[in-house]
Design a protein around this ligand. Structure first.
Ligand code: 5GP
Length: 204
């Protein structure tokens, strides 16, 4: 029996007007700020709420920022093949896109926007092909990234070096795998550039 939604493009299950936009970035590059800016401008674009096994932070609510699950529940859902993609982004913390989430947003005729780690972004692009537009947001340099993380003051020196090393390897991994590289050295300029490329993709 054919599943209601599988991601085999040969099946023609993905309709012509179904589109997705992917934003990926190393930490500290300003990804969430840019995604939120785009969401404010485009009522037809909707945020894909991921599932995660990490605990909620601060005011985060189940079904708003994330769908929160225990690690056991998350593993059960993997076994049931309920994810489009998932990654263990940090040791012990799983993050993934549920097939039901993609269906939920497309059923409304909306375009999906993903805020997702670099590997997940590459996977989603591979699955959705030309239905997807993938943007890699990059801090201007590894040095600048280090400066921002130091300036933010939320991480100790060791944690900063870990994040910087991860960012450097993610930049290397991302090279050539995204449709667009957006260098965020000035937030207003980055907003304008993101608006322009998103508008072009939406109108396509
Ligand atoms: P945070 O814990 O700070 O909310 O997110 C950590 C990282 O996980 C971020 O880079 C975020 O983009 C990524 N992430 C969030 N949802 C997903 C997902 O569904 N799949 C993947 N692969 N990464 C995700």
């Amino acid at each position: 029996m054919r599943r209601k939604f599988d991601y085999n493009l040969q099946d023609n299950q993905i309709m012509d007007n179904n589109k997705v936009i992917i934003f990926s970035a190393p930490s500290g590059a300003g990804k969430s700020t840019i995604v939120n800016h785009i969401l404010k401008l485009h009522p037809e674009i909707e945020f894909s709420i991921s599932a995660t096994s990490r605990a909620p932070r601060g005011e985060e609510k189940h079904g708003r920022e994330y769908y929160f699950f225990s690690a056991d529940e998350f593993r059960r859902m993997i076994a049931e093949d309920r994810f489009v993609e998932y990654e263990e982004v940090y040791p012990g913390s799983f993050y993934g896109t549920l097939k039901s989430e993609v269906e939920r947003i497309w059923a409304k005729g909306h375009i999906i926007v993903f805020d997702i780690d670099v590997k997940g972004g590459v996977n989603i692009k591979r699955i959705f092909g030309d239905k997807a537009f993938s943007v890699f947001i990059q801090a201007p340099s590894v040095e600048e990234l280090r400066k921002r993380l130091v300036g933010r003051g939320t991480d100790c020196a060791e944690a900063i070096e870990k994040r910087v090393a991860k960012a450097a390897s993610e930049m290397e991994f991302a090279a050539g795998k995204f449709d667009y590289i957006l260098v965020n050295d000035d937030l207003d300029k980055a907003f304008a550039e993101a608006e322009k490329v998103v508008d072009q993709f939406v109108a396509r």
